[in-house]
Write a protein that binds this ligand. Structure first.
Ligand code: ADP
Ligand code: ZN
Ligand code: ZN
Length: 745
C-alpha cells in the first residue's frame, strides 16, 4: 500500500490562509482523514501540538521521506464551520478546476482577522438631585461645557461619547474631569459593523394563497421528515414566489435554523432588502460588493456566533458560515451572474446543492424563466417542480404585438420606431402613462468604420472594435484603452469615418425628436457609473417625473412600476446573432422579462417587439409568454448538438503572451488526450481554435471544447491537463477551465 499525504493548514481561524504544510497520514487514520477534518499535528522546531485543517489529500510528496512528519490524531471536536467550507473548497477545486489555495480564497472571502470596532459611552452615576445640584453650580461658575453635559445627562442616563464630543462640542478633558468627580463613567464596548440601517417598521406574513401554501407546506413536510431536496418554483414575476421564500424561512428560524438568500447583485435594491428587514428585523444581514473588508468580516462573525438568521447577497453569500443552515434560496435562478467568471468558475446553483447536502439543508430555486438546466433536472425528477400561474396583485398578462422591421423598411419607415410603437407611445403621452424602451444590446458595440473603404477602428491590444463615446473618444470595453477619434480614415484617408450609434443615446435623441416635450430618462452602463445613480434613475421614474425610460437590460430588473403600460423592445434579435449556444435562451429570458414589465398595476399593458426575425422560436414563444414550448424547442436543439444540459461541456481556455505559445500548448493537450483517453467514442472534441475574441490586453486566447454525457469523464480530462500544467510551470501563460460554460469563448 503506497503512502498517503495530507496538506494541512494550521489554525485557519486565526491566521490568514498562508500555505498548507504536508504530513504523512498514518495508516490507521487513512479512512478518516479527508478535506475539512480537524487534526492534531506536531508543528515547528519544537514540534508543538497544534490543530490544523486537512485541505487536500494526495499520493505524492515533495518532501524527503525521512523528514516528513506524521499526523498525531483526529481532533475530537468533529465538524466545524471552517471544516465544512474547506470541504466545499475541495469539491469546487475538483469539480471546476483550480488550485486548492484559489478555491480556499473563494470560500473564505475574508482571510485576516480584523479588529473589532469599539464604541465609547458615557453613563451617569449619581442621582437626579445630585445632577441638578452640580448643574446649578456649573451655571453659577459659567462652566458652560460641563453644564451642557449635565443637562444632557439629566434627560438620558446613557449617552454615546461621540455625541457629547461632537454634537455638544465638549472637550475630552472636560469629560475626563467629570469622570474624576464621580459624576459619570466612560466605558468602551465593542460592536459589529452593520451595513443595514435600523428599521423599526414591521411586516407580518400575508395569508398565503392555496398554491403558495401548498409549496411551503410540501417543502417543510419533506424537511421535517428528514428529506433534503432541491425545489424549483416556476412562476411569473409577481406570482408570489418571494412570499413563499419568506414563509419557509420563517419556519426555519422558528426551529433555530438559518437561511441564505441569493439575489443577483443588480436586483439587490433597497426595496428588495426592505421586505426581508421588515419581516425578520435586525437578524438579517447583507453581503455585496460595496461593503468594506471590515463590514464583510463582521457579517461573517455575526453569522458564526449565532447573531444572524438570514444572509442575503449575490453568489458569495453562499459561503456564510452559519452553524445550523436550514435552507438556501436562489431567486432568479437563471441569471448569468450566478456563474463565477474567475477560477474556480463555479455555478452558485450546483455549489448551493453541494453545500446544502453537506450541511443538511434544503435548496429552493425560483424563476419566471428557469434555466434550461434547472427545468431539465426538474423534468427528470431530480428537483421537485412547482408552478405559480397567477399574478397576486391583479393585472393581466400584457397584449403583445410583434413587428417585422423588414416590412417597415419596405413601407418606407426608416425611423427607429415602428409605426405601431409610435402610435402607442403617443397614446401613453396623452393619457399620462409611462413607457419603457428596452434596447437589447448584449454583445453589441457601437463600432466606428470608414464608409469609403470599410476599415473598422480596432483596439491595439484586443481583437475587438472600439466604441465611440459622446465626448468624441474611442474606447475599448475589454481593456479600457482610449484614443481620440481620428479626423480621417487611417487606412484610406477618407473623411467619412462614422460610428454606428444604435445605442441608448441615439434612442433618447430619437424620442426627443419624435415626441418633443416628452420627459426622457436613460439608463445604461454610462449613466449609472456612480454608486447611487442606478437607484436614483429608477426612483425618479417611479415617482412619475419622466414619461419614458430608455435602457439596456438593466431596466428589466428591480422596481415595480404600476404606471408603465407600454414596453417597446427595439431590435429584439440583436442577442440572437451571437455565435453562442445560449443565445436563444438568453433572448427568450430577456424578452419575457421585458414584456413582463408592462401592466403591473390595474391598467392593462401592451408590448411591442420589433425584430428582423419574427419567426424565430425564441421571439414567437416570448411573445406568447409560453415557456413550455420554448423549452421543448430549445431542448431539441441542445440534444441534437450535445450542448448542456443534454450533455456536459468543458471549455479549456489557454491565455498566452504569444500566438505560437498558445498553439504549442494546445497541440500538447490534444496529443495528451489521445494518449490517455484514446479513441473514446463518446468524447466530442471541438478545436483547438483561436477564441472569438482572440486577443485581450495583448494576451492571445485559444479554446478547446470537450463534450461528454458523463461529467466525471470531463473532470478526469481536466485532472490530466492540470497534472501536465503543474509539471510545466508555464511562463506568461495561464489555463482556465470552464464546465458547462454560460457563453462560448
Ligand atoms: P414574486 O417573488 O414571484 O415576484 P412576490 O412574492 O414579490 O412575487 O409577490 C408579488 C406581490 O404580491 C407583492 O407585492 C406581494 O406583497 C404580494 N403578495 C404575495 N403573496 C401574497 C398573498 N398571499 N396575499 C396578498 N398579497 C401577496
Ligand atoms: Zn477608409
Ligand atoms: Zn482593448
Amino acid at each position: 500500500m503506497s503512502d498517503k499525504y495530507a496538506d494541512i493548514i494550521i489554525d485557519i481561524s486565526h491566521e490568514k490562509v498562508d500555505r498548507p504544510f504536508q504530513y504523512r497520514i498514518p495508516d490507521r487514520l487513512r479512512a478518516q482523514v479527508t478535506p475539512g477534518v480537524r487534526v492534531h499535528v506536531p508543528f515547528g522546531k519544537g514540534n508543538h501540538d497544534r490543530i490544523g485543517y486537512v485541505v487536500d489529500v494526495s499520493d505524492k510528496t515533495d518532501y524527503p521521506l525521512n523528514k516528513i512528519k506524521e499526523i498525531t490524531c483526529l481532533d475530537e471536536k468533529g465538524t466545524t464551520v471552517e471544516g465544512d467550507l474547506i470541504q466545499t473548497a475541495y469539491w469546487m477545486k475538483r469539480h471546476y478546476g483550480s488550485t486548492m489555495i484559489t478555491a480556499l480564497k473563494t470560500v473564505l472571502p475574508v482571510k485576516q482577522k480584523l479588529k473589532q470596532l469599539e464604541k465609547k459611552k458615557v453613563t451617569r452615576c449619581c442621582g437626579e438631585q445630585e445632577i441638578e445640584r452640580q448643574l446649578a453650580e456649573c451655571i453659577r461658575k459659567h462652566q458652560t461645557a460641563k453644564a451642557r453635559v449635565l443637562e444632557a445627562l439629566r434627560k438620558e442616563e446613557v449617552l454615546p461619547y461621540e455625541l457629547l464630543r461632537q454634537k455638544l462640542n465638549v472637550a475630552a478633558a472636560t469629560l475626563n474631569s467629570l469622570e474624576k468627580q464621580g459624576i459619570l463613567t466612560i466605558e468602551s464596548e465593542s460592536y459589529y459593523r452593520n451595513p443595514v440601517k435600523r428599521i423599526s417598521e414591521r411586516d407580518s406574513a400575508k395569508i398565503l394563497s392555496k398554491e403558495q401554501r401548498f409549496i411551503m407546506e410540501d417543502v417543510m413536510h419533506d424537511y421535517l421528515a428528514g428529506k433534503r431536496e432541491t425545489y424549483l418554483i416556476h412562476g411569473i414575476t409577481g406570482s408570489g414566489k418571494t412570499e413563499v421564500y419568506l414563509g419557509i424561512i420563517e419556519q426555519m428560524i422558528a426551529m433555530g435554523k438559518q437561511a441564505i438568500v441569493l439575489i443577483p447583485e443588480i436586483a439587490l435594491t433597497y426595496q428588495t432588502l426592505l421586505r426581508f428587514y421588515k419581516r425578520f428585523g435586525d437578524r438579517v444581514s447583507v453581503m455585496n460588493s460595496t461593503l468594506s473588508m471590515g463590514e464583510k468580516y463582521d457579517q461573517m462573525e455575526r453569522a458564526k456566533n449565532g447573531l444572524l438568521d438570514v444572509m442575503i447577497g449575490p453568489r458569495s453569500a453562499l459561503f456564510t458560515p452559519f452553524p445550523n443552515l436550514g435552507v438556501i434560496v436562489i431567486d432568479e435562478e437563471h441569471e448569468n451572474s450566478y456563474k463565477s467568471e474567475s477560477m474556480p468558475k463555479y455555478h452558485a446553483r450546483e455549489t448551493a446543492i453541494q453545500i446544502a447536502s453537506c450541511k443538511g439543508a434544503s435548496v429552493v430555486l425560483g424563476s419566471a424563466t428557469p434555466s434550461l438546466e434547472a427545468y431539465f433536472r426538474a423534468k427528470k425528477g431530480e428537483y421537485k417542480l412547482y408552478t405559480l400561474k397567477e399574478r397576486l396583485t391583479g393585472g393581466r398578462l400584457p397584449q403583445v404585438y410583434t413587428v417585422d422591421l423588414r416590412e417597415e423598411l419596405k413601407e418606407g419607415n426608416r425611423s427607429i420606431f415602428s409605426r405601431k410603437l409610435k402610435e402607442l407611445i403617443s397614446v401613453r403621452l396623452e393619457k399620462g402613462e409611462q413607457t419603457m424602451l428596452f434596447l437589447n444590446r448584449r454583445g453589441y458595440a457601437g463600432f466606428v468604420s470608414c464608409r469609403a473603404c470599410g476599415h473598422v477602428m480596432k483596439c491595439l491590444h484586443c481583437d475587438v472594435s472600439l466604441s465611440e463615446h459622446r465626448n468624441g473618444s474611442l474606447v475599448c470595453h475589454y481593456c479600457g484603452y482610449e484614443e481620440r477619434k481620428p479626423e480621417k480614415c487611417p487606412s484610406c484617408g477618407s473623411k467619412y469615418l462614422l460610428g454606428f450609434k444604435a445605442g441608448t443615446e441615439q434612442i433618447e435623441a430619437a424620442v426627443h425628436k419624435e415626441f418633443p416635450g416628452a420627459r426622457v430618462l436613460r439608463m445604461d452602463a454610462d449613466s449609472t457609473r456612480t454608486k447611487d445613480s442606478y437607484e436614483k434613475i429608477l426612483s425618479t421614474f417611479a415617482d412619475g417625473q419622466a414619461d419614458v425610460l430608455v435602457g439596456t437590460q438593466m431596466i428589466v430588473k428591480g422596481h415595480d412600476f404600476p404606471n408603465v403600460t407600454l414596453v417597446g423592445i427595439l431590435a429584439a434579435d440583436l442577442s440572437l446573432n451571437q455565435n453562442d449556444y445560449r443565445a436563444g435562451e438568453r433572448t427568450f429570458q430577456l424578452l419575457t422579462q421585458a414584456a413582463g414589465r408592462a401592466g403591473r398595476g390595474d391598467k392593462p399593458g401592451e408590448v411591442v417587439i420589433q425584430t428582423y426575425q419574427p419567426e424565430h422560436y425564441s421571439i414567437v414563444h416570448a411573445a406568447n409568454q409560453d415557456y413550455e414550448s420554448f423549452y421543448e424547442e430549445e431542448m431539441m436543439y441542445r440534444e441534437l448538438l450535445a450542448y448542456p444540459p443534454a450533455a456536459h461541456m468543458l471549455a479549456v481556455l489557454v491565455i498566452s503572451g504569444t500566438e505560437e505559445a498558445g498553439n504549442r500548448l494546445m497541440e500538447k493537450f490534444v496529443v495528451l488526450l489521445h494518449q490517455k483517453i484514446g479513441e473514446e467514442k463518446e468524447l466530442i472534441v471541438i478545436g483547438p481554435a483561436p477564441a472569438a475574441v482572440s486577443k485581450i490586453n495583448d494576451m492571445y486566447r485559444h479554446v478547446l471544447y470537450l463534450k461528454n454525457s458523463d461529467y466525471e469523464k470531463l473532470v478526469q480530462i481536466k485532472d490530466i491537463l492540470e497534472e501536465y500544467i503543474r509539471q510545466q510551470e508555464l511562463k506568461n501563460q495561464t489555463v482556465q477551465f470552464d464546465f458547462d460554460p454560460m457563453n462560448t469563448y
